[in-house]
Design a protein around this ligand. Structure first.
Ligand SMILES: C[S@@+](CC[C@H](N)C(=O)[O-])C[C@H]1O[C@@H](n2cnc3c(N)ncnc32)[C@H](O)[C@@H]1O
Length: 189
């Protein structure tokens, strides 16, 4: 997972300004590679990861051992539906290849909204969506069928994020590869 998703993550993250003092949560952290990337930048902040799979939590902890020992990273076993954090905690909540598996999309997004700070941003980076390229779309629709998950078009992303309460939804498409990055704001003051 860590290696195969690296170029997707790099492209997606190029749309976001990361700062040293940020408090970040990676939801569905898998093998922990993105936590590791965040920790190298947010050295004056904290980086948290959650995943409902004990194996992912174990691997993420191994990959981020150094950062955990330095007190920058913390990884917990948890579902996206019930995040073990106070309201208004994070500057960024990310989900890399993750939202497809969330059991109750709108309520799970509302749970993320709850833990974001007022000016906090949700970042979704995905390898598959309802893209215009017919060949790529056929391949990803096949994955979605096999994995029993739903794909969305950019318009549908806007709709479900708006329904969950988000503002200023920016969508970036890598049309040659069929990748999508979505950045949405909790609330602007
Ligand atoms: C396709 S993997 C992506 C992992 C990682 N973000 C990456 O890009 O390499 C999806 C991850 O989401 C986790 N996951 C699925 N459903 C979840 C849920 N309801 N709550 C928390 N994590 C979940 C899985 O255990 C898995 O580690």
């Amino acid at each position: 997972m860590n290696i195969s998703h690296a170029s997707l993550a790099e492209w997606g993250l190029s749309h976001l300004k990361l700062r040293q003092a940020m408090i970040i949560l990676d939801v569905g952290c898998g093998g922990g590679a993105n936590i590791n990337h965040f920790a190298q930048i947010a050295t004056g902040g904290r980086v948290f990861g959650i995943d409902y799979s004990p194996i992912s939590v174990k691997v993420s902890k191994e990959v981020n051992k150094k950062w955990i020992e330095e007190g920058i990273v913390e990884i917990r076993e948890s579902s996206v539906s019930n995040l073990p954090f106070e309201d208004n905690t994070f500057d960024i909540v990310s989900g890399f290849e993750a939202y497809y598996f969330w059991p109750d999309l709108i309520n799970d997004l509302k749970e993320i909204y709850r833990v974001l700070k007022i000016n906090g941003e949700l970042l979704l980076i995905n390898e598959g969506y309802k893209c215009e390229n017919k060949e790529i779309r056929k391949v990803v629709e096949n994955w979605a069928k096999l994995g029993n998950f739903k794909l969305h078009s950019p318009k549908e992303y806007r709709e479900f994020l708006t329904e969950a309460g988000f503002f200023e939804i920016d969508i970036y498409e890598q049309k040659e590869k069929g990748w999508i990055t979505v950045i949405a704001l909790k609330q602007k003051i």
